[in-house]
Design a protein around this ligand. Structure first.
Ligand code: GLU
Length: 272
């Protein structure tokens, strides 16, 4: 009898503990969701803003192996935006994103804002919020000089085009050149290495990114002009209107003061 009662008490205690633990779990997850709801407040509290940027994209975000620093238009622009928004109170930090990982890293709070050659489109607007356009690009093709491919019309059955996972380019090219074979890579460094080692006939992405590759290896060039519009925006986790507004306001001031043009002309040549 005594034993039974003791067992019964133990069962109650165990289930109460389980309930409390479950409660803790849910309040913890609510807590983290709650804190990520207002990213702007979190940035101010932490005194740092984490930008998700490319590490493999010359001209926009490229990690310099000798200095270990990331360099490019997206880096300089985000640095200037942080200064404009917070003065020296908030330190900008950088984390690598790829076309494939950027939305996930934003949504799980690993980065506060993505400044990474990211096209604003309706599909993506369902998942993240965007600022105003900060750069206009368009999709094009990169080939080895002397290649028979001179534009979209030459991408036929039997040709291979290289693209990057998670990019608009990988989606668009299937629509624009339905007969060509598309091979997808993790990032632009891998895709360009594959082009150079003959794994494909052309590489497709935004003209602005391809110019960076042609600069790195002048035996490659862009052909056929652009065949899509790729307006770049800064992406933030959905629902962070205050942060979007602050970024837009800062972007406008940088444009009005001429600082935006200075940063842009440092990285992007007039004719590009
Ligand atoms: N702007 C295009 C995109 O957002 C291509 C560049 C990239 O992959 O980041 O997908």
């Amino acid at each position: 009898m005594f034993k039974k009662k003791k067992l019964f008490t133990m069962a109650i205690v165990t289930s109460m503990a389980a309930l409390m633990l479950a409660g803790c779990g849910s309040s913890k997850s609510n807590g983290s969701e709650g804190s990520s709801k207002d990213v702007l407040a979190k940035i101010k509290d932490d005194k740092k803003i984490v930008f998700g940027v490319k590490y493999d994209t010359r001209l926009f975000g490229l990690k310099n192996p000798s200095s270990g620093e990331v360099e490019g238009f997206d880096i300089d622009l985000s640095k200037a935006l942080a200064k404009e928004m917070f003065g020296s109170d908030v330190k900008p930090e950088y984390k690598e994103v790829t076309s494939k990982t950027r939305v996930g890293l934003l949504n799980n709070g690993k980065v506060d804002a993505v400044v990474a050659t990211m096209t604003i489109n309706e599909e993506r607007k369902k998942e993240v919020d965007f600022t105003d356009v900060y750069f206009d690009a368009g999709q094009s093709l990169l080939v080895k000089k002397g290649s028979k491919i001179t534009g979209l019309k030459d991408l036929k059955k039997g040709t291979k085009v290289l693209a990057v996972k998670g990019s608009t380019s990988a989606v668009n090219i299937r629509e624009k050149a339905p007969d060509t074979q598309v091979l997808e890579f993790e990032n632009y460094a891998e895709a360009f290495t594959a082009l150079k080692s003959g794994k494909g006939d052309a590489l497709t992405t935004d003209d602005a990114i391809l110019y960076g590759m042609a600069e790195e290896d002048p035996s490659y060039h862009l052909v056929g002009g652009t065949f899509t519009e790729e307006p770049y925006g800064i992406a933030v986790k959905k629902g962070n209107k205050k942060l979007v507004d602050a970024l837009n306001k800062a972007l406008k001031s940088l444009k009005d003061s001429g600082e935006y043009d200075q940063i842009k002309s440092k990285w992007i040549k007039e004719n590009q």
